[in-house]
Design a protein around this ligand. Structure first.
Ligand SMILES: CC(C)(COP(=O)(O)OP(=O)(O)OC[C@H]1O[C@@H](n2cnc3c(N)ncnc32)[C@H](O)[C@@H]1OP(=O)(O)O)[C@@H](O)C(=O)NCCC(=O)NCCS
Length: 168
């Protein structure tokens, strides 16, 4: 399957919403609000990276990246997610292509690093690791990982944008 990755366009927005809802529908650890989060990030102009994966003419996956703040004041950190692939397209490498492209984009932007909340078994392969001392309050340490693009990984509490509280 030939997958291309490009920045979201206005024409992709409805599909991104639908595919995000569908991807998380049966996920046990989901809030089932991920589609609202993506929309709220876009409205707040916080979608630093919003990439779609396209197969043929069809949008088959999406990844969002937004700025996070760290209590130590360390600048240049971002949070990756939500990331979504249509359920019937999962396991075909689309998520991996989106992950690599999003991290590459952040490097190009001069980001210091990126955090991710989710299954460590999936994110390890992209270079994410647990860093004791860099915490997302309320989340068990093993589910919160980071990757640095050069410097040391800071310590402190990480805060995602208020858009992550969106429920509609
Ligand atoms: C997570 C997700 C984006 C991965 O996309 P994908 O296109 O299926 O991923 P890929 O095909 O590139 O990679 C598949 C590999 O990841 C593994 N994998 C997929 N989802 C996983 C998960 N939640 N935990 C651990 N491993 C996972 C697969 O077993 C497979 O492993 P293998 O390469 O060793 O066979 C996709 O499964 C999805 O949309 N899931 C529902 C939404 C979600 O949970 N998003 C992540 C939280 S923000």
């Amino acid at each position: 399957m030939n997958i291309s990755i490009h920045n979201e366009t206005a024409a992709d927005i409805d599909t991104i919403t639908q595919l995000t809802e569908a991807a998380f529908q049966h996920e046990q650890h989901s809030s089932h609000t991920e589609q609202f989060i993506v929309t709220a990030l876009r409205r707040a102009d916080q979608l630093t990276v919003s990439l779609v994966a396209v197969a043929g003419e069809e949008v088959v996956g999406h990844v969002a990246v937004s700025p996070v703040s760290i209590s130590s004041g360390a600048p240049g950190w971002y949070g990756l997610g939500p990331i979504s692939v249509w359920p019937d397209r999962q396991g075909q490498g689309i998520g991996s292509a989106l992950m690599s492209a999003a991290l590459e984009r952040l490097r190009q932007l001069g980001a210091a690093g990126c955090v991710v909340l989710g299954d460590p078994g999936y994110y390890d392969r992209f270079g994410f690791e647990v860093y004791p001392g860099l915490e997302l309050p309320g989340i068990p340490a093993q589910y919160f990982q980071a990757i640095s693009f050069g410097g040391a990984v800071p310590t402190g509490e990480v805060k995602y944008h208020a858009a992550f509280d969106a429920t509609e």
